[in-house]
Structure formats: structure tokens, C-alpha cells
Design a protein around this ligand. Structure first.
Ligand SMILES: N[C@@H](CCC(=O)N[C@@H](CS)C(=O)NCC(=O)O)C(=O)O
Length: 361
């Protein structure tokens, strides 16, 4: 039973494209988004590992998740130390799950492996463990994420995406759908959660949460990408307006309550946070959504600082990785292809006090 009829009405006004939107920077034909646009991509070789997306060649700007096994329907056993979340610190979609795992206290039973936000020079369509010793994930003993995708499906011929949940026992990707995984961890992993872990998807709010998630997905999470990668002025302006109209609306909602659903943190707060955390650092400048910065919205900004004051948010927010990925894109030496990474904005204010406890009873 929905409690907020207004959310339902708001949802009716927008056109939700359920296709999950990727960050298609490497593949963009626009030099603004992809400094290597128009150049040939290369093969990654490390020891016996080899990865060449060109052998797979199936680029689609929108790619639905291919692995959707669930815990809630009993397909995947809920077992401590059996799964590893592979994520990249730059990626807003993957960032959600890293935050949720820590917030729920599941970090003791679900491990995390991090891929390099910068791919090897000229290589596209895969993610690599080049931040680790010997360029190898210490648990999965793989060099690239495609090794786990190919174990799960030897005929896999799409690009690999993060987040990807890998079964350590088999080495296979079991789920790469960021959209369902937070709720899976919330519902099916209760016995391993911290005693005082928040309920990110409370039953009484599910309809409202689903509605607001769709609104935020369409008008915030994906609209910033669509603005930045638009191929026409009219398209860009459509998404630009969409983003700022919705931020105004959210600013108003957050002027009345501490979190998006009152006094508790939910899945929806994580979904909004990951875009807000990247807003001033990359989207404002790089994707031209520059009517206002996050810091110009008193409620949204204080709300973001409030979430950032929690270790689960702070420890999984890596501004350097975000900037590198969006501005530098890959490991091509700067001498071959100059890509300046802006110094600003000044981020020291992220740990400044916030005014959100004004909502506490
Ligand atoms: N469709 C993906 C969305 C996640 C996503 O697009 N992740 C990006 C990184 S932010 C990715 O891995 N893109 C693949 C690439 O850039 O080659 C999913 O459901 O998991």
C-alpha cells in the first residue's frame, strides 16, 4: 500500500526507460567524453591472460545485466565468505553496493575486489586488476573481470561491467545487476547483518521506494550521463533541465526531513548519494550540468555531508578515482595524449559540520 500518492503522481509525469544505463565514456564518439574517440583499441596481455573487446565486438550503449541469480528465491546460497563484489571506485552503479555492504555490516562476510578505474592504454570493454600486486586479484587470481564472466558463460561476448558479484567457489559471475543487489543483501542476508543495521528496504515503504528510485534513476542518475553524452543541443538541454528540475524538487523534499523517507536511511538515499558525490567533481564541469553546484543547494549539500560522515559512505567515496576515470580515462601516457585532471573543486568542506540533526526528535 503506497503511503505517498504524490510520488505515484510524480512518477506518472516522467518517461522511465528501464534499460540500465552504462557509463559509455570509452565508446563515445565525442572527444569531450572520450579523448581516444576514433582511435583503434588494443589487446591487453599479462602473462597468459589476454583481453580484447574487439574479439567480442558487441558494443551497445545500453546493456542489460546478463547475470541475475538471486538469493531471495533460493537460487544462490546465502553463505559467509563465498562471494566477492568486484567494483570500481569511480563507478556510481558499483559504488551503491560497496556502500550497502558496509552499511549493513556485511563486509565481514562478503569481500570486495577493486578494479583499476583506468584501463591499460587503448584497451576497452573490460576491467583489470592493475592496482593489485602482479596485476592479479588476490582472491580470484584473475587479471581481468572478463575471466569471471567467461567462466559463467563461455560464449559471453558483451563488455564486462561492474558491479559484478562473483562466487569465489566457482569463480563465476553470479549477478551483475546493481539494481537488484542492494535489496538482495537487505532482505536475504539479514542473519549476517549488524544488529543495528538499517533496514534499507522496509516492507511498508517498498512501493514508495520503488517509485522514488525510478524518478531518481531517470532524472538524476542517468540524466547526468545523457546530458554529457548528448549528440545535439536540444537533447543536452532536455537532460540539463531534467536534472535541475529534479534537484530543485529533491531540495524541497529534503527541507522537510533528514533522509528521503524521513528519519531512516534507505536504498534510495544510497542511489541519490552516488550521483551527488560525483556532481561537483565531474558532472558539473565534464558533463555540462552547470546551472548550480551541489554546494549551492543548502539541503542537498548538508544531506550529502551527513551521509558522508558515516564510514560506509566516506570509505567508499574516492574522489581521485572518480576524477581520474572521467578525465584521464586510461593509462595512455600524458605525453602521447594530454588529458588534464582539474585540481578542484576544494573538497575539504566535505567533512565540515552539517545541519541535519535539526530533524532529530
Ligand atoms: N548495466 C550495468 C551498469 C553498470 C555499469 O554500466 N558500469 C560501468 C562502469 S560505471 C561499466 O562497467 N561499464 C563497462 C565499460 O565501460 O566498458 C549493470 O547492470 O551492472
Amino acid at each position: 500500500m503506497t503511503k505517498e500518492a504524490a510520488l505515484r503522481e510524480e512518477l506518472k509525469k516522467i518517461d522511465v526507460n528501464e534499460k540500465l544505463s552504462a557509463c559509455p565514456i570509452d565508446f563515445s564518439r565525442s572527444k569531450v567524453a572520450n579523448p581516444r574517440a576514433g582511435q583503434q583499441s588494443k589487446t591487453y596481455v599479462s602473462g597468459t591472460a589476454k583481453s580484447n573487446f574487439n574479439d567480442r565486438k558487441k558494443f551497445q550503449p545500453y546493456q542489460e545485466p546478463q547475470f541475475n541469480n538471486l538469493f531471495t528465491d533460493g537460487t544462490l546460497p546465502v553463505e559467509a565468505n563465498r562471494y566477492r563484489l568486484i567494483w570500481s571506485r569511480h563507478c556510481p552503479w558499483a559504488n551503491r553496493l560497496a556502500i550497502a555492504i558496509d552499511l549493513l555490516g556485511l563486509d565481514n562476510v562478503i569481500s570486495k575486489g577493486v578494479v583499476d578505474p583506468l584501463r591499460p592504454a587503448g584497451v576497452v570493454g573490460d576491467w583489470f586488476f592493475t592496482l593489485d600486486d602482479n596485476d592479479e586479484d588476490p582472491v580470484l587470481h584473475t587479471h581481468s573481470l572478463s575471466e569471471s564472466y567467461l567462466k559463467a558463460d563461455p560464449n559471453y561476448d558483451l563488455r564486462t561491467t561492474v558491479p559484478a558479484l562473483v562466487d569465489i567457489k566457482t569463480g563465476k559471475v553470479v549477478n551483475n545487476n546493481y539494481n537488484t543487489l542492494i535489496d538482495e543483501f537487505s532482505i536475504a542476508w539479514k542473519k549476517y547483518q549488524n544488529e543495528n543495521a538499517p533496514d534499507l528496504y522496509p516492507e511498508a515503504l517498498r512501493e514508495d521506494i520503488d517509485a522514488l528510485n525510478k524518478i531518481i534513476y531517470t532524472d538524476v542518475n542517468t540524466a547526468v550521463n545523457e546530458a554529457g553524452l548528448a549528440r545535439s543541443q536540444a537533447d543536452y538541454e532536455k537532460y540539463y533541465n531534467r536534472v535541475f528540475n529534479r534537484l530543485d524538487w529533491l531540495e524541497d523534499r529534503l527541507s522537510k526531513q533528514r533522509y528521503l523517507f524521513g528519519s531512516i536511511i534507505t536504498d534510495t538515499d544510497i542511489r541519490l548519494y552516488v550521483t551527488l558525490a560525483r556532481f561537483d567533481v565531474v558532472f558539473y564541469q565534464k558533463y555540462y550540468v552547470n546551472k548550480k553546484r551541489l554546494v549551492d543547494y543548502p539541503n542537498l549539500w548538508n544531506y550529502t555531508k551527513d551521509l558522508y560522515s558515516l564510514p560506509a559512505f566516506k570509505n567508499n567515496t574516492d574522489f581521485d578515482a572518480i576524477k581520474k576515470r572521467f578525465y584521464q580515462v586510461d593509462h595512455t601516457p600524458q605525453s602521447d595524449l594530454p588529458r588534464i585532471i582539474p585540481n578542484g573543486p576544494d573538497l575539504s568542506n566535505w567533512t565540515a559540520p552539517n545541519d541535519r540533526d535539526r530533524f532529530e526528535k
